[in-house]
Write a protein that binds this ligand. Sequence first.
Ligand code: BDR
Ligand code: CA
Length: 316
Amino acid sequence: MTETAPRKIILDCDPGYDDAAAIMLAAGSPGLEVLAITTVAGNQTIGKVTNNALRIARMAGLKDIPVARGAVRPLLRPAVAVASQIHGETGLDGVDLPEATLPLDPRPAAQVIVDIIMREPEGTVTLVPTGPLTNIAIAARLEPRIVSRVREVVLMGGAWREGNATPCAEFNIENDPEAAQIVFSESWKVTMVGLDLTYQARASEEVRERIRAVGNPSSKCLWQILEMFAENYRVWRGFDSPPLHDPCAVAYVLDPTLLEVRAAPISVETHGTLTYGMTVADLRGPAPEGCNTFVALRIDVDRFWDLMVRAVEHLG
Ligand code: BDR
Ligand code: CA
């Protein structure tokens, strides 16, 4: 692989406004090649997020890639509530999207993940989960060799300070803590792009206007996504501008210089009552030799928005 070859990624997601924006960023960035989109229940039910993934894929011009439906519910815990307050009843309320044209791949998401990683040259595929980690955990159990074959896992989820689903836990991790613990405890390189990082990437009114001003169909779509997200975050969370979580993980794969990351052991609390689903990152000192888990600390916000703008310019 040459330096300029696009980075191959699999997006495992639950669209959702910010997942949809992540798909658009990936599809509109020549530095990335999207090999598949797999879905997982989270922001909405599996049927709704899968339909949304298919429609966003069409809008973003993704053709000839598998889109596969994944886990209906978490591994162990009872299904948790969907995030209708933030993402609406459909998961993408208020966004004009074309009907889906891509057929749904008949394989389960975890099988598609395994098939692609086993097919592609070793060390070339990056997994980018932006929803609960159920599919990724199942894939690792289905075919353990994927763990050494992937290049890395860059996930949106977790937090090393406060949570959002609970005071301690972030939504994606709290949705399936046992799956998350499997993912963090495998030997692949995992980077946790958590709330501490994504809260820095706020889609201010100025940013939203900049996206709108691009003036093409995909910028209109992203603008609608951001406006809906902004309104819901304002009403339900009291935020002036919404944090655009999921694209931060994609942006890191696209340009690792955008984020400052630090090696740190990370475990997921799976027994606590108040702390269930908390990601515990040990940042007390230098990480032990060979530590394969990383915490994202800071993002270059201006360059992040430049990437988003460039992606919609590219998509047309
Ligand atoms: C995460 O939760 C979901 O609602 C978003 O899509 C994002 O992946 C943020 O906590
Ligand atoms: Ca998500």
